[in-house]
Design a protein around this ligand. Structure first.
Ligand SMILES: Nc1nc2c(ncn2[C@@H]2O[C@H](COP(=O)(O)OP(=O)(O)O)[C@@H](O)[C@H]2O)c(=O)[nH]1
Ligand SMILES: [Mg+2]
Length: 687
């Protein structure tokens, strides 16, 4: 790197488990880079990030925090992502446009598994990343053990770059394995170069050996040198590392304490050398292909959408090519140009390739959009990752009836901000159902509805879409007759009702001969039957029933379509109670994904929820993970994600789709019916 080069702004994204110290590391990075005089504190609420009401209430990041700074003249954007699994999609969108990810871990082998989904995502997309083992100030597990646990969940080799120096059980510094220099940590200040302590020498040479072997696995000339006992010069090692990291072939591992600024300058330097130019991320997103022949036209990717009370809609976008001026036309609209830094939104006049900017009020833009030449690319060559399948839902109702429309509009904005949130009117139950990644995810959404959109909503477990059917058939003769003033109403029908196979739906037929019921009235009987099936004797829609009109009578003056429709409905209402009604519950086909060591726990979970295991097998796209398939009643799925996560350290997840309806009898059925408020009125009460 030449010193006079004007570097394009690069983007590092901080990810990792919840409470591993990402937001604290962002503070330490800004402080170390000289952007702040003293680091803010998560504990004291003085950090740059986590300023929203929802973040403060929960003492955790609930949305990405954006920051901009310079380190040794190079411009950087840093995105600090929320760590909870329920908000993982935000991190994934940020990672898509990252030049480098910094994965935070704690020095705790038991927590390593929580990083498995993140490592898989990074490696599936070949996103360069470094691992920062944080909280070394209170770590007492040997780094070797932590490394082994982390390696078991990473498909790429982890290369330890530092070994800790311990004095009296405390980590007081580190040895850099490339330069073989020892440093002593100082609180809130750069480390001091010191003499390498005797006690660490053996561990140092062993770890250095391991590092060299990992690098030699990827490079023949290095391998030859090692075999010939030639000591490769640091410059060569640095350049090998840089190359391998940029291609996501190895993952360097660094140690530190974000809280005390320890190891943070070292991390910055690694980022400075090893982070590729923005072109690599642009390539990953298919940006050059979108450029076509237009060499200098604007290309950018939208990584996050926000709706802020004052600013309105903001699309956070990374520019890959071209320059962007305030007021430029994007997707047919005039885009305001801003920079979002913490909670501060400042106006920009122009921005260049590499920058992370906020575009104001461009309504058509969505997260994941590729913009080329001022237009959205309709079908980008490289697809943006889909939001995860919803695993938890709540039925919402505005506290004030008049807020119905306001609630739907606000939900639409929330799903624009976070596509992992889905608000939908459920046709089967008539409820407005909000679905997402878990209790916390939805609680945050409900809070935002109130604080940002001023709509209060009540939430409850959504209704299960129960149905009912019949076990045997019957024949019914029904006469509808009424004399009201002038001419009356008259319809007389005989129907046969019979059960049909499960899943085959409703069927109607007639065996009318000799015009006992005129042809023109027969469809009215069918419509009436369907009316009657809307709600059966148990209070639920009736399915899988055959109705046959077998005979009837009419009156030349008093009969009408309406009269036959009413008769059809009455006949069904009278017939069904004689047909052994039976409750049906929806059963979903569920695929649960978990690390193989946890598969047996999942079997227990399925059994406890009246599920039926169909089988399990290793996931072909994920080493060490199983996919367990089962039929599980939908009613048992409403809170399953909580239990699954508590059994699997948060990493298990599932996908579901409605499979079929199945009979529900006994106590469970009684309970469902007792809770059903809209029991049908008796048949003759329907007039
Ligand atoms: N001892 C110690 N605590 C830390 C360190 N970094 C962060 N913490 C604490 O860990 C907690 C979670 O930190 P935070 O930055 O919010 O984690 P995040 O969820 O990853 O953003 C806070 O109480 C921090 O003060 C560290 O290096 N050492
Ligand atoms: Mg945080």
């Amino acid at each position: 790197m030449t010193e006079n080069r004007r570097a394009a702004p690069r983007c590092a994204v901080l990810v990792g488990a919840y409470t591993s110290g990402k937001t604290t590391l962002l503070e330490a990075m800004l402080h170390t880079a000289g952007a702040t005089r003293r680091p803010g504190s998560v504990e004291q609420g003085t950090a740059l990030g986590d300023t929203s009401r929802e973040a403060r209430d929960r003492h955790m990041s609930v949305e990405p925090n954006f920051a901009h700074t310079r380190f040794l003249e190079d411009p950087w954007a840093i995105i600090d992502c929320p760590g909870t699994v329920e908000l993982a999609y935000d991190s994934r969108c940020a990672l898509m446009a990252a030049d480098m990810a910094v994965v935070l871990a704690e020095a705790d082998p038991d927590k390593a598994i929580t990083l498995a989904p993140l490592f898989k995502f990074l490696d599936d997309h070949a996103i360069p990343h470094v691992l920062f083992i944080n909280k070394m100030d209170k770590a007492n597990t040997p780094v070797r053990e932590v490394m082994a646990a982390l390696q078991s969940v990473s498909s790429r080799p982890l290369v330890l770059r530092q070994v800790p120096i311990r004095e009296n059980e405390r980590v007081t510094g580190y040895v850099d394995l490339v330069s073989e220099r020892a440093y002593r940590y100082r609180e809130g200040a750069p480390s001091d170069l010191v003499q390498m302590p005797e006690t660490v020498a053996e561990r140092e040479s062993e770890a250095r050996e391991a590092m060299l072997e990992s690098l030699a696995d990827l490079d023949d000339s290095l391998l030859t040198q090692l075999l010939e006992d030639v000591v490769p010069p640091p410059a060569e090692l640095y350049s090998r590392l840089t190359e391998d990291v940029r291609r996501d072939l190895v993952v360097p591992v660094m140690l530190g304490s974000a809280l005390n600024d320890n190891g943070v300058t070292r991390l910055w330097k690694a980022l400075r050398h090893e982070t590729p130019e923005p072109g690599a991320a642009a390539e990953r997103l298919g940006a050059p292909a979108a450029a076509g022949t237009a060499g200098e036209s604007l290309i950018a990717s939208v990584i996050k959408t926000l709706h802020l009370p004052q600013a309105g809609k903001l699309s956070l976008a990374r520019i890959w090519q071209g320059a962007l001026k305030d007021g430029a036309q994007i997707a047919g609209q005039r885009a305001g140009l801003y920079r979002l830094h913490g909670a501060d939104l400042s106006k920009l006049t122009s921005a260049a390739a590499g920058e992370l900017v906020a575009l104001g009020r461009v309504e058509p833009l969505r997260t994941g959009d590729l913009i080329a030449g001022g237009q959205r690319v309709a079908e980008p060559a490289i697809a943006w990752p889909q939001p995860p399948a919803p695993v938890y839902s709540l039925a919402l109702e505005p506290e004030k009836r008049a807020d119905e429309v306001k609630l739907t509009t606000a939900l639409a904005k929330l799903s624009e901000e976070d596509p992992a949130l889905i608000g939908e009117h459920e046709t089967t139950t008539g409820e407005l159902v909000l679905s997402g990644q878990g209790e916390q995810h939805l609680a945050i959404a409900l809070s935002r509805l109130k604080t940002r959109f001023n709509v209060a909503a009540r939430a409850q477990t959504p209704d299960t879409a129960y149905r009912e059917s019949i076990r045997k058939g019957t024949r019914k003769h029904t006469r509808f007759k009424r004399q009201t003033g002038g001419h009356g109403q008259f319809a007389d029908i005989q129907i046969e009702v019979a059960p049909r196979p499960r899943g085959s739906g409703f069927a109607f037929d007639d065996r009318i001969v000799g015009g006992a019921v005129p042809r023109s009235y027969i469809p009215a009987v069918e419509a009436g039957a369907q009316d009657g099936l809307q709600s059966g004797p148990l209070g639920f829609p009736v399915v899988d029933v055959a109705v046959t009109l077998v005979d009837g009578q009419y009156h030349a003056v008093d009969s009408s379509e309406q009269a036959f429709r009413i008769a059809g409905r009455m006949a069904i209402a009278e017939a069904l109670p004689e047909c052994e009604p039976v409750l049906l519950e929806p059963v979903d086909h569920v695929t649960i994904s978990v690390p193989q060591s946890m598969t047996s726990k999942v079997h227990g979970l399925i059994a406890a929820r009246r599920g039926q295991i169909l089988g399990f097998q290793g996931r072909d796209d994920w080493d060490g993970w199983d996919a367990v398939e089962a039929y599980i009643p939908a009613a048992e799925l409403s809170d399953m994600i909580q239990e699954l996560r508590s059994l699997t350290m948060g990493v298990g997840f599932f996908e579901r789709r409605l499979s079929h309806l199945q009979e529900l009898t006994g106590k469970l059925a009684e309970r469902v019916m007792a809770q059903q408020p809209s029991q049908t009125a008796p048949a003759n009460g329907q007039r």
